[in-house]
Ligand binder design. Sequence first.
Ligand code: MG
Ligand code: ZN
Length: 228
Amino acid sequence: MKVKLVADILDANSQLARQNRQMLSEKGILTLNLMGSPGAGKTTLLEQTIDVIGKAFKIAIIEGDIFTTRDADRISQKGVQVVQINTGGACHLDAGITGRALQKLELDAVDLLIIENVGNLVCPAEFDLGEDVKVMVASIAEGDDKPAKYPLMYSESSAVIMNKVDLLPYTDFDMGRFISDTRKLNPDVRFFPVSAVTGEGLENWSNWLKELIKNKVRQRYARGTKGA
Ligand code: MG
Ligand code: ZN
């Protein structure tokens, strides 16, 4: 009975995720589901990503949080559209709650939508929100054993940002082990070592994002549904 119930929930979620994906695709919006543990640096990375590419591309943000609006307050300082979702205790976002947040955004001029998921290494990976890609923010401070301990997160992500690389000299983090454990789960994953403090790696990450956005925009023009 319990297994059946879980399957039904995920089924209903996939259906709503498909609707979100179709709507976002029609508008030619590249959508990222940004996942990671609390404190990995998701919001800081968002702020920096907006600084680097926010002039060239129109960005909108959905902030998932269990209770507070702190992250949304930080992001709104950057002058981009932001919608806050408070899950009221739930430890992940789902496609239904994401769909309701989408209705609050003015999406016609948006190139890139980033959904910051609730800080959690387990269930966010199980819920499709309708995104194009899942991106994981891992931090050096969390230790190199996380891909082995939380494999679904790492196998579902198209890219893994290794944040806080400036801390490497002060920890026993084994970069080789982290990368090989992740590759075992996900051979095609991209790695972006990044430091919010020094700015290292932000350019590589931003260039990858820009390519994805441009591809999406090309598809939009190819269909002639927007802007042409
Ligand atoms: Mg955050
Ligand atoms: Zn959860």
